[in-house]
Design a protein around this ligand. Structure first.
Ligand SMILES: [Zn+2]
Length: 280
């Protein structure tokens, strides 16, 4: 079974761990690493004949349109990660709609696809029950599918909006492809990406993917380009725990990912869920 591989394309200083101490106004002055890190991923994927979905932050697309084109030229799917990495639940509907529209403009311009329709991944998986209006806005702006609803806040099986652990057609008429979780002691644990992929031993992710595949479903794995960058500059002012969590095992992620890519077949969301998307 082919699983889905997704990358949230952002700079390390835009990550959640640093949101409180690095102001957006400072982003322009920070030494960027996203171009080199994405290229590293592109080379790794080419080596394994793997293609993935890259949810690109509009801020990155505006500054590095050539990078967005490189991603697409290599056969990967491009999606939106919003524009300024603002959490959905910390915005009002108007602010969210403007951020989304700006991100789509940046990606369409970079790809020269004025009418392009794309998938969406919210910053920090911040689509929650507090933001029911966000799904309508995604739909109204022609988003092809969403991959942001993590059913991890609710005890038991299903989470926000009745979203399940698996591909679901939401009431607003939008497909949801959530990142993978496995139920453990009544909780859904997000073991297939990000900090979990770096912090837990590889066999945990491997076992989770096996379990999900045994349920007859593809797993949806996610990572950030900065997670493969042990040379990332330190941000000493960040809160200790957030900083430790952000930086742990940055030197091990590439080797782990390489192992995983050698063991299993991965593809972009639009292909792994082509049948669902074909249903409209
Ligand atoms: Zn992000």
């Amino acid at each position: 079974m082919r699983n889905a591989l997704t990358i949230d394309v952002e700079e390390y200083f835009q990550a959640h761990a640093y949101a409180k101490i690095i102001d957006r106004a400072e982003w322009e002055r920070m030494p960027g690493r996203v171009v080199a890190n994405v290229r590293r991923l592109l080379a790794l994927f080419a080596e394994h004949g793997t293609r993935a979905t890259f949810f690109v932050l509009g801020w990155v697309a505006d500054r590095h349109p050539e990078l967005v084109r490189e991603i697409a030229r290599a056969g990967h799917e491009v999606g939106s990660h919003g524009y300024a990495h603002q959490l959905v639940d910390q915005q009002g509907p108007e602010e969210f709609a403007a951020d989304l529209a700006r991100s789509l403009t940046a990606i369409r311009r970079a790809l020269d696809e004025p009418a392009g329709s794309f998938g969406y991944r919210a910053p920090g998986f911040s689509l929650t029950p507090r933001t029911p209006w966000a799904l309508d806005i995604l739909r109204a702006q022609g988003i092809r599918y969403d991959s942001s609803l993590q059913p991890v806040v609710t005890r038991g099986g299903n989470g926000a909006y009745g979203a399940s652990r698996f591909a679901t057609r939401l009431d607003v008429g939008l497909w949801e492809f959530p990142v993978s979780t496995v139920p453990l002691a009544g909780w859904n644990c997000p073991v297939a990406g990000g900090a979990y992929f770096r912090l837990l031993p590889l066999w945990v992710t491997r076992r989770a993917i096996e379990r999900i595949n045994a349920e007859g479903r593809p797993a949806v794995v996610y990572l950030h380009p900065w997670e493969l960058d042990p040379e990332e500059p330190d941000v000493p002012d960040a809160p200790l725990f957030a900083r430790a969590r952000h930086r742990l095992n940055l030197s091990k992620t590439e080797a782990r990912l390489r192992t995983l890519l050698g063991e299993r077949a991965f593809g972009p969301l639009c292909e792994v869920f082509a049948a669902e998307l074909g249903q409209g």
